[in-house]
Design a protein around this ligand. Structure first.
Ligand SMILES: C[S@@+](CC[C@H](N)C(=O)[O-])C[C@H]1O[C@@H](n2cnc3c(N)ncnc32)[C@H](O)[C@@H]1O
Length: 316
């Protein structure tokens, strides 16, 4: 049975095996990454189910009603967190579903370990945080949900100032509750990325990141980008589904493109960054498709950039 090796993680993240060994061997060692490739009639059945889902799905990303859905979802996590006596496991978002078929290297796979997706993501996140976040005094996550990424950051860097923002109150309440119970240097605030609050200024020496939050803006990311350019963070890191990175001549990729378009997840973010780079307003540092994702799409593409200090920006 195939299994993910250190080489596989290195190639997925776009780095060396030595780097993987130094940053996340501890996590990889303890997890099972065996899988089988779904083939033949099982694959036909899976593709039929995906097409039916694309046809029947009615979720519209960015619709006004979605705000309440997010608030209700994070309220459930908040209640579970409190009722469990503040168990950090209750912060794992319910959209990372155990026991599902997954996609890897443009194929559908079935994993032995029910938490394969979460474990893969945790390893990627640890690598990312160790590699790119070590120099930043102030770290902001936009669209932070339950705050579980910020908790992982606080465990790595307890001395940093961490800020979690989201456009719903249940998320902010949850983040502030975690900070209080675990005495973390973490603060939650309301922030709508579609209508940025200009009075919320980023501190000097800051890094901002998003994980599956630009996707939720249904393409309305320009005001947020302009807000970032005005505030001049040192580094911007995004982990987002990115339509432009799929190969439309590959079947599994094309199904993901169809799903992405049907729901209305953000498109055009990477091309816009490339345009800003051409205009010398920003520098793109890394774009890496991980070739890993859930049944319907690849949520894990890494995009890293920074504003170019050309004197034209008002740096707070
Ligand atoms: C897919 S979840 C990701 C949450 C978190 N980053 C994670 O990795 O689990 C998307 C998040 O974006 C938030 N969101 C959606 N639209 C937003 C907006 N206009 N401004 C700020 N946050 C938004 C949602 O409330 C939700 O917390």
């Amino acid at each position: 049975m195939p299994t993910l090796t250190l080489e596989d993680f290195a190639s997925s993240f776009g780095t060396s095996v030595d780097d993987i060994r130094q940053t996340c061997l501890d996590l990889i060692r303890n997890k099972n990454f065996d899988y089988i490739i779904i083939a033949g009639r099982q694959r036909d059945k899976l593709i039929t189910d995906i097409l039916k889902k694309i046809d029947s799905d009615r979720q519209i990303i960015g619709a006004a009603s979605r705000r309440q859905v997010w608030d209700n979802g994070w309220k459930e996590n908040l209640d579970d967190f409190i009722n469990s006596g503040f168990d950090l496991k209750k912060l794992v978002p319910k959209f990372i579903r155990p026991n599902q078929p997954l996609r890897y290297n443009q194929k559908y796979i079935r994993a032995v370990n029910p938490n394969f997706e979460f474990d893969f993501f945790s390893i990627f996140r640890q690598w990312l945080f160790k590699k790119y976040f070590s120099d930043s005094k102030n770290i902001y996550e936009f669209g932070c949900g339950t705050g579980f990424n910020l908790v992982a950051l606080a465990q790595l860097y307890p001395d940093r100032n961490l800020y979690g923002t989201d456009f719903v109150t249940a998320s902010v309440a949850l983040v502030n509750r975690i900070a209080k119970v675990y005495r973390l240097k973490l603060k939650g605030s309301i922030f709508d990325m579609i209508n940025p609050d200009e009075t919320f200024r980023l501190k000097k020496s800051s890094l901002i990141f998003t994980i599956g939050a630009i996707e939720q803006l249904a393409g309305k990311f320009e005001s947020f980008l302009q807000y970032l350019l005005r505030n001049g963070p040192d580094l911007c890191v995004h982990v987002e589904p990115t339509l432009e990175l799929y190969d439309e001549n590959n079947l599994a990729d094309y199904l993901a493109i169809m799903f992405h378009r049907k729901r209305g997840y953000t498109q055009g973010f990477l091309p816009r960054l490339q345009e800003l780079e051409k205009n010398r307003e920003i520098e793109i540092i890394k774009v890496k498709r991980l070739y890993f994702g859930s049944l319907f799409l690849e949520g894990y593409n890494l995009i890293i950039w920074r504003p170019v200090d050309n004197g034209a920006q008002s740096k707070r």
